[in-house]
Design a protein around this ligand. Structure first.
Ligand code: 4FV
Length: 262
């Protein structure tokens, strides 16, 4: 995977590429990452990259010419690259999109600044507009880092044996189960016995149920989107039975506990 990042603050990526998994992926040559100073494509002594908005209003807009120059120079180096503009108007970045992008050979990530970039850039030179969330940032650089981080860990060979993207949260639209490590007892809280049992089938069952519980409690919307495996159906059915038993045994007198009663 070859990343090219276009920004007026390319130095922002120096620390990002020098630490952790991204650094290792660069060292293993699993990814390449180059930054382009958009100002290098701006005219004039001051290499201006922004200007006042037509129609008035506050703030400045990123000029089309320097951006177009930077995009075309990056495309000349990586003709197969997908060009992505980071913008709140883009489609929301999620694990599924990360998997799609990880299948590309090269990505050109365009980082806007100011109030945004001239609309004609998006219309003619951009394949995808992506947002990392419904909030407004001062620049697209953090979005570019989010995408590069999430995509890099999906590049085969980047995550070592002990790590795997297969069992990620959202990899199957379930939140990940709880994780524990030493010590066995921390401030009076013990690690669930099953995890110390060495019984891998039991441990897998516990982890699946833990994921289902978490997803049910924290992100029920995810459960509505995915087909249930027979094992998951069995787990949820057992919960329903237990909940119905509790209701039938303990519901306050006079409360209509029949299924469907509000
Ligand atoms: C953003 C987002 C974002 C908008 C104007 C940069 C800013 C400024 N990018 N997801 N949310 N971008 O807020 O990706 O140019």
């Amino acid at each position: 995977m070859k990343f090219t990042v276009l920004s007026i603050f390319p130095e922002l990526f120096d620390s990002f590429r020098a630490h952790g998994m991204v650094r290792r992926a660069l060292e293993l040559r699993k990814i390449e990452m180059s930054t382009v100073q958009i100002r290098d494509f701006a005219e004039g002594r001051h290499r201006v990259t922004d200007d006042r908005p037509y129609g008035g209003g506050c703030g400045m807009v990123m000029k089309p010419e320097p951006l177009a120059g930077a995009i075309r120079s990056a495309k000349a180096r990586f003709p197969e690259a997908r060009t992505i503009l980071l913008t709140p108007q883009g489609r929301l970045f999620k694990q599924g999109l990360a998997r799609q992008l990880a299948a590309e050979k090269a990505l050109i990530l365009i980082c806007g600044r100011y109030e945004g970039v001239d609309e004609r850039v998006g219309l003619n030179l951009v394949d995808d507009e992506i947002s990392i969330g419904d909030y407004v940032l001062t620049g697209g650089e953090l979005g570019a880092m989010v995408i590069m981080d999430a995509v890099t860990r999906l590049v085969p060979g980047v995550l070592g044996g002990e790590e795997s993207a297969q069992k990620d949260s959202f990899s199957d639209h379930l939140l990940e189960h709880a994780h524990y490590t030493r010590p066995r007892e921390f401030e009076g809280q013990a690690v669930p016995e099953v995890l110390l049992s060495g019984n891998h089938a039991e441990i897998e069952r516990w982890r699946l149920e833990a994921s289902l519980v978490r997803t049910f409690l924290k992100r029920r919307d995810l459960l509505h989107k995915r087909p249930l495996s027979s094992e998951e159906t069995a787990i949820l059915t057992r919960w329903c039975r237990e909940i119905e038993k509790i209701i039938s045994l303990n519901s306050a007198p006079g409360v209509d506990s029949s299924p469907g009663a509000e």
